[in-house]
Design a binder for this molecule. Structure first.
Ligand code: HEM
Ligand code: HEM
Length: 269
């Protein structure tokens, strides 16, 4: 694996090592906070604050992990000569600036106390992610909500989940204070819990589909509709030429991970 391939693992590794364990603890503490409030079981008075603290780290971890995924997508497209990166180094610098600005908005959200400031920083962070995600370098499967591919898109589920987390973080003070907000919080986070599972499934699926950088030219020359690949170049003099059928079969087997995308569209970028 080349350094850029290792870089591609940073997002999944961060999510698996940091985000998902915190998800478990946050959900558990949320349920304990509810048990305490409804007096189902006696709980220490700190469970609510502990839950909110975990939620803050969870939201921060998710935004950072998404920014890393986006950064990887831009850098990996920039370092390959073909096709050339639209806009060159200037556009890349601008995208890096937006990534830094989005991260600064997250820090602002962490520190802000007043409601309008919290709402503005949460919105800014989310708009930053949406703006970066709308770039052509980002694989989104489909942008059409009426197509089934949209509903299995790792990107769209990810930005929705991030939006829900930012909403929870921005309305922390109101969730503590108001019953109506708490109900809205629970509804939003039941959906978020489902989305966490969706992200794990679609993320591992996408990992299977993405070839290593040096394999890309071979994999992307395959025909994703017919599930066949061109015969590999003959390097050894005495290797017997395989039959046309078996070439297609063995090449297809070798690139089975990329072919997994058939039905939802081949991942060419
Ligand atoms: C997986 C995500 C989450 C789930 C499943 C979840 C679930 C819950 C539940 C069940 C409650 C108890 C509500 C009640 O008392 O009836 C709660 C309360 C609360 N949550 Fe979350 N939550 C999540 C994420 C977050 C995040 C990201 C924050 C933001 C910091 C947050 C902040 C709060 C606050 C402030 C309360 C009120 C605690 C109290 O009244 O003592 N939650 N949550
Ligand atoms: C909280 C959970 C997660 C969130 C919010 C999330 C969010 C995202 C977002 C928004 C992107 C698009 C950025 C881009 O393509 O550059 C992305 C990319 C990616 N994610 Fe995740 N992700 C999560 C979990 C996972 C997991 C568990 C894995 C794998 C084990 C994974 C693997 C990937 C891969 C391989 C990509 C790059 C290409 C793509 O599929 O778009 N993600 N993620």
């Amino acid at each position: 694996m080349t350094p850029i391939d290792w870089f591609s693992l940073l997002h999944p590794v961060l999510v698996i090592l940091f985000v998902y364990p915190v998800v478990g603890a946050t959900i558990r503490l949320g349920l304990l906070a509810r048990e305490r409030r409804l007096k189902i079981h006696p709980q220490p008075p700190t469970v609510g604050v502990e839950h909110a603290d975990h939620g803050r780290w969870l939201t921060g971890g998710i935004v950072v992990a998404v920014l890393i995924a986006l950064l990887y997508s831009f850098i990996s497209k920039f370092v390959v000569p073909e096709p050339p990166f639209t806009g060159g180094a200037n556009r890349l610098a601008l995208l890096l600036l937006v990534i830094a600005g989005t991260f600064a908005s997250l820090l602002g959200l962490w520190r802000a106390k007043k409601a309008p400031l919290r709402a503005s920083f949460a919105l800014l962070t989310w708009v930053g992610l949406l703006g970066l995600g709308s770039q052509p370098e980002i694989w989104r499967l489909s942008d059409n909500p009426f197509s089934p591919a949209f509903w299995s898109s790792h990107y769209w589920a990810g930005v929705l989940l991030t939006g829900l987390m930012l909403f929870s973080l921005a309305s922390k003070a109101e969730i503590f204070r108001s019953l109506r907000m708490r109900r809205l919080h629970i509804t939003a986070n039941v959906l978020a819990s489902v989305l966490f599972a969706v992200m794990a499934i679609t993320g591992t699926r996408d990992l299977l589909e993405i070839p290593l950088s040096w394999q890309k030219p071979a994999i992307f020359s395959c025909n994703f509709e017919l599930r066949t690949c061109p015969a590999p170049a003959q390097s050894s003099v005495d290797a017997p030429a395989p039959a046309a059928d078996s070439v297609a079969v063995s090449a297809a087997a070798a690139s089975s991970s990329a072919l997994a995308s058939v039905g939802v569209g081949a991942r060419i970028s």
